[in-house]
Structures are given as structure tokens and as C-alpha cells.
Ligand binder design. Sequence first.
Ligand code: SAM
Length: 244
Amino acid sequence: MRFNRSYEYYDRIAAVYDSMYQDEYWRSACEQTRRIVLRYVKNLHGLEVIDIGAGTGTWGLWFSQMGSYVTLVEPARNMLDIAKCKFGRSNLLQRVRGFFCTKIEDLENYQQYDIALLLGDVLSYVESPDLVVRKVAKLLKRHGLLFGTVDNYFSYLKDVIIYGTLDDLKRLQNLGKLPIGSEFGVFEARSFTEEELRKLLRLSGFYVAEITSLAVFPNAELNLKFGTHFNREAEHLLYVAVKE
Ligand SMILES: C[S@@+](CC[C@H](N)C(=O)[O-])C[C@H]1O[C@@H](n2cnc3c(N)ncnc32)[C@H](O)[C@@H]1O
């Protein structure tokens, strides 16, 4: 089945989404991400965090466990319902400012945040990354931090050479896009090179603090030390940007 919107796909696979986090790659990715966040912000207590494309709440939950107040934005109702259940079970609902079942583009919320999250490749899955980055810039306080990941162009390129068609290759070269998914269906996603990502963030008023590879090694220490050397090989790029 082909989905026109990424969130329709995620709505469909919500019940199985968290099984992904059991595999070694994602465990390493989460450990690396947590360590990078804590490298930039030693104490998350009391900070206002907006988790965009919050999915089943993995990151919102972690930030709330670390003492932050979280706002979850997620257009796939089934994903957000799972997130709500997890917060209920963890007795952390008092740390939630709101669960918004909407696309970030349509969010009407004029609060300003210390931290914004686009983790889980959300920028690769939205219809207009430029518009979304500009919206995120508006939602952040001055010097607020953005943490996110995207699909890497060079990983798509490798996949298309091995498994794709000539049309896929042309579309990737022209637009950076490729159909991705699983046995449950496919949707079209957008990949980025490090340079494209850097430009996108800068043009929207961000200073790019770091772009590194996500989980190229199973060991978090190695990822933190050597990740930036593999930005043309990794499946995903992890970025940290500061609102100027
Ligand atoms: C791979 S999941 C990541 C979920 C979560 N952040 C995580 O890391 O586990 C990507 C999420 O982005 C959501 N999404 C897609 N388009 C969006 C949009 N325009 N605004 C907000 N979220 C969106 C999808 O519904 C999906 O839940």
C-alpha cells in the first residue's frame, strides 16, 4: 500500500512502532542522542520542551523523566494514543503541557520553548522542510536548542543503486526523495546531505552546532568521538542547532 502522507503510514504501524527500539542500532542511536543532549544541556530540569513528531512518546518521556515540561505534537492519532498511555502508566502526566494531534505546520501555539525536538527523522517526513524549520525557529526562545535527525542522502543513494530503478535514481538526484517503508506500506521521504541540512538550518536563523552520524558504531563512546567522520556513510544524520 502506498501512503500519500508519512503520518498515515505511522498511524497504520503504531502498534508495532516501538519494537524497532529493541534492536541494537536503535539502542545505540538512543544512547548517543541522550549523551549529545546532555553534553549541550547539563540540567534539563524545569525546561520547556516541544517534541515535534512525538510518535509514541519515547523522547517526550525521557525529557519528562529528566525533569522537563513537555508538549507533544503528533498528527498520527494511534501513535499519540500510545504516548498518552505511556505517560499515564509512568505517572508523568503532570509534566505534560499538552498532547496535540496535529501536523506541526497547523499547530496554533504561541508559547516559546527552550528545546525543540525533530528526532526520528521528522524533517525527512514533512511536506515542506523549509516551512517546518522556520516554524520551529519561531517556537524557540533566543539561544534555544533544536535536536533532530534526518535520513542521509548517501544512504538512500546506496539503496537505490542496489535495489532501485533508474527512475528512482533520477528522482533521488533531482529531489533527494525516495519511497521508503516496510511490509505495511510505503511513503515518499526526503534525504539530506550534511551541506543541504546546514544550509536549511542557517537560512531559517539557526547556528549549526553539530552534524554527526547516528549510530555508525554500536558503542556510544565511539559514536561521540568519531561520528562526524562518517557523515557520507551513515544511515541517519544527527544535528544540533541553536536559534540565533
Ligand atoms: C519515525 S517517527 C518518529 C517518532 C518519534 N519522534 C521517535 O523518535 O520515536 C516520525 C513521526 O513524524 C510524524 N510526522 C509526520 N509528519 C509530521 C508533521 N507534519 N508534523 C508533525 N509530525 C509529523 C509521523 O506521524 C511520525 O510519528
